[in-house]
Ligand binder design. Structure first.
Ligand SMILES: *Cc1c(COP(=O)(O)O)cnc(C)c1O
Length: 416
């Protein structure tokens, strides 16, 4: 499927046509580096699978919200799945089309709803009855109509990490099928609401097709039932969640995924919406970091690097695995290392028990961090956030400056 972002030629690593050494020389570490080609190839490959059916791909902004990346996708026709007013602002700043925005999330604030209605977004994916009334009231106040879909929780097990599973009945997301029907009935009577679609998103990093199949079938049955009581659904949003290979997982190819979706949808007159994040961007990014110290003890060997859990939270948060490669030449002995950052937490690791040879000053690449990498980063331990660079063939574009110490205290004030 996706080609590897790092290419080895005559002992040197490249991203597209750029020598990684040169990226480090210009931009230093830690830095997130993305390949424009891989992002676009993934997006266009996904899109091409659905050539012959009415569809919209709404990139999940939370997976990577950099406006240069959103702009790249918008210019190629993508819509966006947002989960906050802040993400709506980003899509607008990236020149994305608000009419291709779907708005998900269980806690939409009044201000966020108002902003979204003013921008005529495609649909709210409504997650509770209380939210439905809030949207109605806000739309009425603005003298507008708001389009809605109900986010259904189809109660299927996506067989993924519990923290990224969202479609089981004890998750906070969506409403069960019974409640969905009653909400559609209410929505039909609300004068500032227009019913557009139905929605689900069952989780992330899903590597089997069965959970997708099960949830789509449940949605279709609901659509049929709604039709029988006079409620017409124009689009079905089946969320995101397609997994990628971090270690030895075998996720479905886009073609396999599309085949499954298209088989179930055969003969239906429905627009289909997708909300992929990770599958489009995950393998398009790496984190470059430098080895600060090697620290050997009788118990363990530590490789202390200049990136940490604040830069990449997934290992600390989910125990997630990311492959780590040394890109620099070294004669040092291969050892088992825990690869850790400078943050004062025992949970601050990017890799455990990795067989590597490396020495101080070497450049490491943490792979597959394009999704939920920079977007989950923080300033914990007062660490400025890393820079982000997009490689386009032989050009380097700085798409986010490395934060400065001035950025760190921006907005803070001394007592008078
Ligand atoms: C996070 C999220 C997505 C994207 O999930 P991926 O696993 O990155 O594809 C899509 N839809 C909703 C509602 C989400 O919360």
């Amino acid at each position: 499927m996706t080609e590897s972002i790092l290419k080895l030629k005559e002992g040197k690593f490249y991203i597209e046509n750029v020598l990684v050494e040169n990226i480090v020389k210009v931009f230093d570490t830690p830095s997130y580096i993305y390949s424009k080609k891989i992002i676009l190839d993934n997006y266009l490959d996904f899109k091409s699978q659905f050539n012959n059916i009415d569809h919209l791909i709404c990139f999940a902004v939370k997976s990577n919200p950099n406006i240069a990346i959103l702009n790249l996708l918008a210019n190629n026709g993508a819509g966006f799945d947002i989960v906050s007013g802040g993400e709506l602002h980003r899509v607008i700043a990236a020149k994305g089309d608000p009419k291709k925005i779907v708005f998900s999330g269980v806690g939409k604030s009044k201000e966020d709803i108002e902003l979204a209605i003013k921008h005529d977004i495609l649909t709210f994916n409504v997650e509770s009855e209380a939210e439905l009334y809030r949207i109605q009231n806000t739309a009425k106040k603005l003298n507008k109509k708001a389009s809605i879909s109900i986010r259904v929780n189809p109660d299927v097990d996506p067989k993924t990490h519990p923290y990224i599973s969202t479609g089981l009945k004890d998750n906070k997301f969506g409403v069960d099928e019974h409640n969905a029907i009653s909400m559609y009935k209410i929505a039909k009577e609300l004068d500032s609401i227009e019913i557009k679609g139905i929605d689900c998103h069952i989780g992330s990093q899903i590597t089997e097709l069965q959970p997708f199949e099960d949830s789509i079938k449940k949605l279709l049955a609901l659509i049929d039932h709604l039709k029988s009581i006079g409620i017409l659904i124009k689009h079905m949003d089946i969320g995101g969640g397609i997994g990628i290979q971090y270690s030895d997982e075998v996720p479905p190819t886009f073609s396999d995924y599309a085949q499954t979706v298209k088989n179930i949808l055969k003969g239906r007159d429905l627009k289909i919406i997708f909300e992929p994040g990770r599958a489009l961007i995950g393998k398009a990014g790496i984190l470059l970091t430098e080895v600060e110290y090697i620290k050997n003890s009788s118990e363990k060997n530590f490789m202390i690097i200049n990136a940490a859990m604040n830069d990449l939270m997934r290992p600390a948060l989910y125990g997630a695995f990311h492959e780590i490669k040394n890109l620099s030449p070294t004669d040092s002995e291969e050892k088992n290392y825990d690869i850790v950052g400078p943050v004062c937490e025992t949970g601050d690791f990017l890799g455990k028990d990795r067989l590597l040879s490396a020495e101080e000053g070497n450049i490491l690449a943490v792979l597959d961090v394009g999704a939920y990498g920079m977007s989950m980063s923080s300033n914990y331990n007062s660490r400025p956030k890393a820079s982000e660079i997009l490689v386009d063939v032989d050009k380097l574009h700085l798409i986010r400056n490395r934060e400065t110490f001035a950025d760190l205290i921006n907005g803070e004030q001394l007592l008078p």
